[in-house]
Each structure stands twice: as C-alpha cells, then as structure tokens.
Design a protein around this ligand. Sequence first.
Ligand code: GSH
Length: 288
Amino acid sequence: MPELKLLSSHLLFDGSQKRYRHRSESLNCEMNFSIFSPPGISHNKKVPAIYWLSGLTCTDENFTLKAGAQRAAAELGVALVIPDTSPRGNGVASAPDAAYDLGLGAGFYVNATQAPWSHHYRMYDYVVDELPALIEQHFPVNDRRSICGHSMGGHGALVIALRNPQRYQSVSAFSPIANPTTSPWGKKAFGHYLGDDVKNWRGYDASLLIEASRASEHLPMMVDQGDADEFLIEQLKIKRLIAACKTVNYPAQITLRAGYDHSYFFISTFIEDHLRFHAKALGPDVNL
Ligand SMILES: N[C@@H](CCC(=O)N[C@@H](CS)C(=O)NCC(=O)O)C(=O)O
C-alpha cells in the first residue's frame, strides 16, 4: 500500500480535517492532499466522498480554510477529498515568467503531452484514478463519488465527470471555465500542455463534451455562476455551457447569481446547496 505522511490533524464538527503527503506515481513527485472525515465513520461504516478541485493559484488549503464546507459535510455524513492543483517540488516545470495561469498551481486537470510538462503534469490521471484508489485503500470511504470544483477546478470537475460518468454519481461547479478551447486561460494552458493541434484540446472542453454526450450517460449536474464575476465574459463563458446543454437536452441545473463575484465568499455562500445536491445522488447512506 502506498505510504501516507500525516502533516496536520484537527477536530471540527466532531469530524476530522487532516492533511497528508504522499508520493504520486502519475505526477512523479510528492503531493499534498486534504481530507475531511465526518463523525462516526469506521471501516464497518464507510461513507461516500465528494472530490473538490480548486482553481488557479490554489492548493488544497484554499477550500479547506475558506469554503466552510465541513459543517454540512459532517451533518450529511460525506467525506471531502481536496487535492492540490498541480504537481509540485524541485524539478517540476514552472511558467518561465512565473505566470499564475501556467505551471505550478495551474495544472488544468489534463495529461500533458508536451515537453517540459509531460514528465509531471498528469493531473487528469491523478484525480480520476490514483487519488481515489489511494483514498479508498486508506480511509473508510467507499467508491460512491461525486466531484465539484471552482473555475479551473470547475472545468476539471465537469470534464472528468463527463468523460467518466460510470465513476461518479453527480457533478457540480462554481464559475467553471466552461469552454476553455476559446478562452485565453484555456488556450494558453492547452497550447503548452497539449501542443498546437486544437483537435487534441477537445477532450478537455466541457461544452464540447456535453454536445457529444449520450442521454444514458447524463449525470445530475449543477452549476452556479456569479453575474458580477470579473472573469465571466472573457474566460468562463457560461452562456456557451447553457447552449451546449440545450442542444442535447442535458438536464443541468445552471443558476446565475446576481451580484456574486469569483471569490471564495461566493463558494462559501452556496457550498451547502452543492453538498446537499451531491448527497442526494450519493444516497441512501447519507444523512439527508
Ligand atoms: N488574477 C487572480 C487569478 C487567480 C484567481 O482568481 N484564483 C481563484 C481561482 S481562479 C482563486 O480561487 N484564488 C484563491 C483564493 O481566492 O483563495 C490572481 O491574481 O491571483
């Protein structure tokens, strides 16, 4: 069994918030992740897990410290699993100009194919396969999973669920980069990680994946987007996601929230709605 090193541990809402370090095979480096375990779980009483993917510049700690998700997760009886947003450490490629939207803190949840990124930047494999396998081996967590995220992480959650509907019960996003093949953040990252041929970008674009999806694979999907989000028009493109859902009758619950911006204040306001949405899909062993 791969080893885990405990970095910190706190009791809250009678559950526990822990941070671990481990060696990742897919990313070829040491990685940190955080996990919230609700009260009363044991290997005889495993719980489902909601995976949270954060946005640009984040680590596992932004959501852990700022979203205020633990109270509802404790009540519902679900675990929260929070990975970092990119590979880290000595020898991991970073943006040449220290840009915040490429390299460290900006893995975009893809498997990079281009040098120098391809040696470490395989966040797609890490989140889809390696991390759940590790979590389900080490913790009283079963294989009923949901996935959600914010911004770059909202893009990651949508793409990962759309490509692997059999592995998740539901998906949700806050302010996702919904059509990255046409947004400056997406074009920059995909150009570096996946190369110039835009054909190879399409499998990482939620709007395009929705348009190619089959009704039998439609998971419960919920998206919240603030209309005062500074990145809404240029980068996030929620209208493109709404249009894609209409085209194939994808039954997504997409809500524009008047006055909310891109920050964790927005996430903390609506995270309980998202956790309850996932808990319904993850039941019957959650406390609704
Ligand atoms: N221009 C911003 C872009 C980064 C940003 O807004 N990151 C969002 C995700 S896309 C975030 O969650 N930041 C961390 C935080 O608010 O705790 C910056 O300069 O840092």
